[in-house]
Design a protein around this ligand. Structure first.
Ligand code: PLP
Length: 358
């Protein structure tokens, strides 16, 4: 019987598992990912149910979703590529641009999901430390790390786990003047209200990733979109359609209904903001250090209470709540813990469980 390993591509053998360390415990309150957990609107629930009647290859919803995104977000339809969520978008982008030997620069700590997609294409990751206050390093500091193999730069803005805006438009523009692809992850744009979109028309090397997972609460439906120059979008869409043209019709129907229900989004964002403020104030009152993030999670340093992050995560798990350490973000802070924002009506309960750990 032939052995499998020699048949594997070396790039696949080189992929190491990321340090997600996630627990699957439906009996506990799940706060490991930070998606908005407020209830979906009746309109979205109805759209999901109705879409079952046309769950075939011909739903025809792709154009409607593109046009609804364009109207809702003030972007051009020919700048949009629909994806099965951001993580799949990273595979698409890497598949289009990364060749064996290419290098992707990123700034740690950060969201890690682009790494395996680059490695799968035979590329490598070159992590650089963020500058002071978790900001993008200056171009002078970056230059020594740029080589002819540097094909891509990835940054999430807001970045994880701090949840801060790590770069402004001038800094992104400076990166875009370099001969490489710049991927800007705008997963939390509805909260941060910051976008690099105005640079898209000028720079074909800019790709913005967005998702319906976080503020729209549709993570399980795996749907998102890219924004890029029309020339770049034509290539991304062509490859997407050639390899895997179908986005689930239920996901598209839900995304269209969610975009049209602006009142519900505003209501949800207000509840998430109140939940976050209440959680943060309660955690601070317990002596923990808390960052004010522009995302749907909160970042807590549990070391003032004498805990390491793993010890705290384990103790809180014993009290019914699943949070996670920041290892997966390549974060070296021993006490940093990632808390997704609980639904507003569970915040006091979560604070009670944290208090029981102290
Ligand atoms: C910065 C960032 N980008 C992307 C994602 C994942 O998005 P998606 O569910 O669309 O793959 C996350 C989820 O945690 C994230 O925090």
């Amino acid at each position: 019987m032939p052995s499998l390993p020699p048949l594997l591509r070396p790039a696949i053998r080189a992929i190491e598992p990321e340090k997600w360390n996630l627990q699957r415990r439906p009996d506990l309150l799940e706060l490991q990912f930070g998606e908005n957990q407020e209830p979906l609107s009746e309109n979205v629930l109805r759209a999901i149910a109705d879409s079952g009647r046309t769950a075939n290859y011909y739903s025809g919803l792709q154009d409607e979703l593109v046009n609804t995104i364009a109207t809702s977000k003030g972007v051009r339809p020919d700048h949009i590529t629909i994806t099965n969520g951001t993580d799949e978008a990273f595979r698409l982008i890497s598949g289009v641009f990364i060749e064996p030997g290419d290098v992707c620069l990123l700034f740690v700590p950060t969201y890690p999901a682009i790494k395996p997609s680059v490695k799968m294409m035979g590329g490598t990751i070159h992590p650089l430390a963020l500058g002071p206050d978790h900001q993008l390093p200056s171009l002078e500091d970056l230059r020594p790390h740029l080589t002819p193999q540097t094909k891509m730069i990835y940054l999430a803005n807001p970045n994880l786990p701090v949840g801060n805006l790590m770069a402004n438009l001038d800094q992104i523009r400076a990166l875009l003047e370099l001969p490489l692809i710049v991927v800007v992850d705008e997963c939390y744009v509805e909260i941060s209200q910051w976008s690099a979109y105005e640079l898209v028309n000028q720079y074909p090397n800019l790709i913005i990733t967005r998702t319906f997972s976080k503020t729209y609460g549709l993570a399980g439906l795996r749907i998102g979109y890219l924004l890029a120059h029309a020339e770049t979008t034509a290539i991304l869409s062509f490859v997407k359609v050639s390899i895997d043209s179908f986005i689930p019709s239920t996901s598209m129907a839900a995304a269209i209904a969610a975009l049209k229900d602006e009142a519900h989004l505003a209501h949800t964002l207000a509840r998430v903001a109140t939940a976050k403020q209440t959680l943060n104030a309660g955690l601070r009152a317990l002596g923990l250090t808390v960052w004010d993030t522009l995302t749907t999670h909160t970042l807590v340093d549990v070391s003032p209470a004498g805990f390491t992050a793993p010890a705290f995560v384990e103790k809180l798990r014993g009290n019914g709540v699943l949070v996670k350490t920041c290892d997966v973000y390549d974060c070296e802070e021993p006490g940093w813990v990632f808390f997704g924002i609980p639904p507003l009506d569970r915040v006091d309960w979560v604070l009670g469980r944290v208090k029981d750990c102290m």
